[in-house]
Design a protein around this ligand. Structure first.
Ligand code: GLC
Length: 423
């Protein structure tokens, strides 16, 4: 049996090993670049033992911000032929080679947490503030459908192949996609990765964006894929609250941020689907909800808009699995417990769900989720994701964000003040 102390040491070692100097990769091989929200999680892991490095992780990410405010989902600092699609396919237009889409904007929240853990870092937080505001403004300008935040590519939500995309994808004929050779299935068995059918459509959407020069106004009009998503809406709402709180402390005018918060609170409600008793995605093109309860649905508490309507779905799903929160409702016909976002448990999302539950006053549920996540990682290590039936590790191994949330949240030795204040 691996001890807690041994896991702590292993988690720190994973952060060290995945450190490429100023930024971390999610894991060696499968993901050889800097990913947006992975890095932000890495920062809270570093904060356990190296605050300077924690700040630097987010600063490096923000240095890839585009002139229009967008912060890309992948930053290609050093070219690695082992990953596809790379910079030649994406053709990003920022200061550093990058992808052309964003990822869940959790950074402002985590900057506020870093500041709480390290008040001496105020100058660094203040330097990041205007960049974060610009990024949020990009979402509110280009990705705002009645206050719900839309994506133009599934990868933008960080939930790459979840069943929510099956409906919108069925309406897409991926014409004109060049021959391509996937690299992900050379690192991880095919059963744990997206299918070819999905991949064709992912690449079709990348091509559409790249050919437009990532012109958001144009894409807003022509893309067949425009879907409002709970991950984006809830993380941006939470981050905007945290950004406004910092701005207020520093005497900034936060009226624009407050207006965005009001819009997103209303937008979140448009994602509520009474048929499933949860928030899900809403396809702007067809007007249809996906009808899938996902782990992102349970970020409503983290966003401050979760109410007791959501508890029934949460309680039902958590009794159906040994380890929650599954990324797809086990009752849904598309549930696959080992395939990426179609069933597996993601520890870093659990960290946010648990915090949100605790903040909403559901302390028993928050503690239970923390305890079961701790057990899952102590027994099975720091995999990319886990099988909800038995916690079996799946996908990539030695994963940065899994190790990071162990250090910041799940390890009883090192749990930091952000979670410990509640749980
Ligand atoms: C996958 C995940 C995404 C993550 C990336 C790197 O694309 O779906 O959420 O950021 O891998 O770990």
């Amino acid at each position: 049996m691996t001890t807690i102390d041994a896991r702590d040491a292993e988690a720190r070692q994973i952060l060290r090993t995945n450190d490429r100097g100023g930024y971390t990769v999610p894991t060696h091989g499968l993901y050889p670049y800097q990913w947006n929200w992975d890095s932000v999680f890495a920062a809270i892991g570093f904060a356990e033992h190296d605050m300077g490095r924690a700040w630097q992780e987010i600063e490096t990410l923000m240095s890839a911000q585009w002139p229009n405010g967008m912060v890309p989902h992948i930053v290609f600092h050093q070219i690695d032929p082992g990953y596809f699609p790379g910079p030649d396919v994406w053709r990003g237009v920022g200061p550093v080679p990058s992808s052309g889409i964003s990822q869940p904007p959790i950074a402002a929240t985590f900057v506020r947490w870093l500041l709480a853990l390290d008040p001496g870092g105020e100058a660094r937080a203040r330097a990041l503030y205007p960049r974060l505001v610009e990024w949020h403004r990009w979402f509110m300008t280009w990705r705002n459908e009645g206050g719900a935040i839309v994506v133009t590519h599934p990868w933008e939500t960080g939930r790459d192949n979840c069943p929510d995309w099956d409906g919108p994808f069925a309406a897409i004929e991926p014409e004109g996609v060049d021959q391509y050779y996937r690299r992900d299935t050379t690192h991880v068995v095919e059963e744990e990765r997206p299918r070819r059918w999905d991949y064709d459509r992912y690449l079709y959407l990348v091509k559409l964006g790249a050919e437009s020069g990532w012109d958001e106004a144009h894409l807003g009009r022509v893309t067949p894929f425009r879907v409002a998503d709970p991950t984006m809406t809830f993380t941006l709402l939470r981050s905007t609250r945290d950004l406004a709180a910092m701005g207020r402390d520093w005497g900034e005018d936060v009226s624009e941020l407050e207006a965005w918060i009001g819009q997103m609170e209303a937008g979140a409600e448009t994602l509520w689907n009474p048929a499933i008793g949860a928030h899900d995605t809403l396809d702007i093109r067809s007007g249809a909800h996906s009808g899938v309860v996902s782990n992102a649905s349970f970020l409503a508490w983290y966003a401050g808009v979760g109410d007791d309507r959501l508890l029934a779905a949460y309680d039902r799903i958590m009794t159906e699995v040994r380890y929650g929160v599954p990324s797809t409702d086990p009752h849904h016909p598309a549930y696959e417990p080992k395939r990426y976002w179609r069933g597996p448990v993601w520890a870093m999302l659990n960290a946010l769900v648990a915090l949100g539950l605790a903040e909403a006053g559901h302390l028993d549920r928050a503690r239970a989720l923390t305890d079961s996540s701790r057990e899952m990682m102590r027994e099975n290590g720091f995999a990319e994701y886990f099988d909800p039936r038995d916690g079996a590790p799946a996908g990539g191994r030695n994963f940065t964000w899994t190790a990071a949330v162990w250090l910041a949240w799940a390890s009883p030795n090192t749990r930091n003040a952000i979670w410990a204040a509640y749980i």
